[in-house]
Ligand binder design. Structure first.
Ligand SMILES: [Zn+2]
Length: 197
């Protein structure tokens, strides 16, 4: 459902949208209820009817390859500091997921990557995230750690530190990359965390 309410946020609600917690918003006159014509509980302003829709966010990432080696970074920021990841992060407004993945590779590893086929779409239900990972060809062998990485290294496939990866999605992306090896066109995998009971 799309209504005029989404187009303009009333001034008195504006500062709460996106960063107010449900409890704080309740104190400000927001109530948790199912809006008319909807089926899910939302935070609704009791004053003007503004509905604070909360929907999943998109994370985009890339599996960068140079001469059969894969580029991994250790995280310099929480969560999971010191664990290995491929370049990935929140997609920004104004870019495509593939463009976001290329940007993340520059930010985290100063690596120039030609982003290729989509290899996986992963839903992390409980935190409302959709992750999209791509194959990536490094245009040259230059790279160094950006501010969000402690270390960046090229690994032979058999040396990937499977036990020290930052998140399950990183392993999923690497496995879906592996599964697509030798294919001209990648067949993306689709995975998700378990549905709550
Ligand atoms: Zn309001």
């Amino acid at each position: 459902m799309f209504s005029a309410l989404h187009l303009r946020t009333p001034a008195h609600c504006e500062s709460w949208v996106g960063h107010g917690t449900i409890t704080r918003m309740a104190k400000r006159g927001f109530e948790l209820r199912v809006p008319e014509g909807d089926s899910i509980k939302r935070s609704v302003c009791g004053d003007c009817g503004f509905i604070d829709y909360r929907n999943p966010r998109i994370i985009c990432g890339v599996v960068p390859i140079f001469e059969d080696k894969v580029l991994l970074c250790t995280r310099a920021i929480e969560p999971r500091v010191g664990f290995w990841t491929v370049p990935a992060g929140f997609m920004e407004i104004g870019e495509t997921p593939a463009e976001g993945a290329a940007r993340e590779a520059i930010e985290e590893a100063n690596a120039d990557i030609e982003v290729g086929d989509l290899i996986g779409v992963y839903s992390i239900r409980h935190i409302g995230q959709v992750h999209m990972y791509y194959r990536g060809q490094m245009r040259n062998s230059n790279f160094h750690a950006g501010p969000e990485s402690l270390e960046v290294r090229l690994f032979d496939w058999e040396d990937i530190p499977w036990g020290n990866l930052a998140f399950p999605t990183i392993e999923w992306a690497l496995r879906d990359f592996e599964r697509n090896r030798g294919r001209t066109q990648a067949l993306p995998g689709e995975r998700s965390t378990q549905a709550p009971d």
